[in-house]
Design a protein around this ligand. Structure first.
Ligand SMILES: Cc1cc2nc3c(=O)[nH]c(=O)nc-3n(C[C@H](O)[C@H](O)[C@H](O)COP(=O)(O)OP(=O)(O)OC[C@H]3O[C@@H](n4cnc5c(N)ncnc54)[C@H](O)[C@@H]3O)c2cc1C
Length: 462
């Protein structure tokens, strides 16, 4: 049998997270010869500190069974949101699964392997191989320390936040848009016993979890199996951001009647970082595609990234198959993936990005007012945490106006942000199929974001 190093693949996928397994599964099922590479051991694929939340719609849309048995902790129906002062709160309806992340990761990997995708674990991808301004493969270091090269027609960077390939590509191959620290959240979480309740913490049977808006991000308390809870936070990395570990420990220690002293697990998983901005303007380059966190495809408010990575992987695989059949794997040949993403899930995320920037740039006092006056309430949170946009009837707008006329400045700001978020959504839905119209689309995008920054009174670029 030929060794992997001697073979030429249709597709090499870097990273066997949810995005990497998704694209490998769909591409291999379509008949492409796929090599999936990950630095982790096979049994560690998907491993994370504890459970993750995944909106229910994703399983149907990606086309796999919903979690059950040991993979499932519980079906989430409610999200309770608190203002920073905790004096105001509301419950939003949601439909999601709290899942065992490693078991889901192993299931996704099995789908890819069952479809005849080759898998190379314990192998660190070091850099792309570039020839004639095309990515034509990867250089990597295997577990025995050997440096090896693997070649392919298309390479997918699904290496998550580190984006090991994307960050090493010259602009002739791929146009990278840098990630600002304030568009990145740094997380920390701990698993402790949930030993009691209080007015602002969930009881063990609550069908969902509690979310506290604070420090420009949010804090969470998620009741889990066997009376345990996962408590932690994700905070955008503004220069003055507090340490999420210190915030978490302080919250637990100041509520000793709620959280047990023993810490069963702490940290995050492979990375504490999540990119929470709208996606990379270009998700494709010559012989190259981005999927998942590497392409900033996360839902910007909830910071759920598994749904996006699955859906993006599926879309990218279909386009790669067609591009290979046509014999054109250039940026132009792969462009359709960018179009499908932007016009579909990307359009929602662009809308949500406006709301994310709004909340992120308000003071705690303003967020208290926002929640108290239901300027943002169950309707908005149910939609956004389910990856959907929202809109208002005239009647709803009149009610918000009457309830908040004492806070007209904040209300007007919220309304302008809403209009600009809708404008971003429309812009993404009209993303150009013609690659030569991309520059004018980018100018329009920059203009819309600059209007948003001006409404928010923040001095920043994209
Ligand atoms: C604390 C925390 C909580 C979260 N909670 C949720 C949640 O509840 N729901 C949700 O949907 N999302 C959640 N997210 C976000 C979610 O984890 C990510 O968005 C998602 O995992 C992205 O998937 P991915 O496939 O793009 O990348 P990843 O899952 O990060 O996978 C990347 C893979 O690439 C491999 N890799 C990296 N570099 C290399 C290299 N050089 N060579 C070889 N392999 C490499 C890694 O080992 C890894 O297996 C959370 C994130 C954090 C940090």
């Amino acid at each position: 049998m030929a060794k992997q190093a001697d073979k030429h693949y249709d597709l090499i996928v870097v990273g066997a997270g949810s995005g990497g397994c998704a694209i490998s599964k769909v591409a291999a099922e379509s008949g492409l010869k796929v090599l999936l590479i990950d630095r982790r051991k096979k049994e560690k694929i998907g491993e994370k500190l504890t459970f993750d939340t995944i909106p229910a719609y994703v399983f149907k849309e990606f086309g796999i069974p919903v979690p059950e048995g040991k993979e499932l902790d519980f079906r989430m129906k409610k999200l309770k949101v608190f203002s920073p002062s905790k004096a105001y709160s509301f419950e939003a309806d949601v439909d999601a699964y709290l899942i065992h992340r490693r078991l889901l990761g192993q299931r996704l990997l099995k789908y890819a392997l069952d479809a005849n995708c080759e898998f190379l674990p314990e192998t660190d991808v070091v850099e792309p191989i570039i020839e004639d301004n095309f990515v034509v493969g990867v250089k990597c270091r295997t577990s025995d320390g050997a440096l090896k090269e693997f070649r392919s027609k298309v390479t997918c960077d699904a290496s998550g936040f580190t984006a090991v390939m994307r960050n090493k590509l010259p602009s002739q191959v791929y146009h990278n848009e840098r990630l600002l620290p304030e568009d990145t959240v740094v997380c920390y979480r701990e698993v402790r016993d949930l030993i009691g309740d209080s007015a602002y913490t969930p009881d063990p049977d609550y069908p969902g979890w509690y979310c506290y808006l604070q420090n420009r991000g949010y804090f969470w308390v998620v009741p889990e199996q066997k009376g345990k809870t996962n408590v932690g936070c994700g905070l955008p990395m503004f220069p003055d951001h507090p340490d999420p570990r210190a915030v978490t420990i302080e919250f637990c220690e100041s509520n000793p009647h709620v959280f047990g002293e023993k810490v069963y697990a702490k940290g995050t998983g492979p990375t504490p970082f999540i990119p929470v901005r709208a996606d990379q303007p270009e998700l494709v380059g010559n012989g190259f595609v981005l999927v998942g966190d590497a392409g900033y495809q996360v839902s910007t408010n909830s910071a759920y990234g598994v749904p996006a990575s699955l859906l993006a992987g599926k879309m990218a695989a279909g386009v790669i198959k067609k591009a290979i059949e046509k014999g054109d794997v250039s940026r132009e040949g792969l462009w359709e993936y960018n179009v499908m993403w932007k016009r579909g899930p990307g359009a929602f995320r662009a809308f949500a990005d406006g709301i994310r920037l709004f909340v992120q740039n308000l003071s705690h006092d303003d967020i208290n007012t926002l929640i108290k006056g239901k300027i943002l309430g169950p309707k908005e949170f149910s939609a956004i945490w389910s990856d959907q946009t929202f809109d208002y009837t005239i009647n709803e707008m009149v009610v918000k106006f009457l309830d908040n006329f004492m806070h007209m400045g904040l209300l007007v700001k919220a309304f302008l942000v809403f209009l600009l978020s809708k404008r971003l959504n429309r812009l993404y839905k009209n993303f150009p199929a013609d690659i030569y119209a991309f520059d004018s689309w980018m100018s329009e995008r920059t203009k819309t974001y600059n209007m948003l920054f001006s409404v928010l009174g923040v001095n920043r670029g994209l």
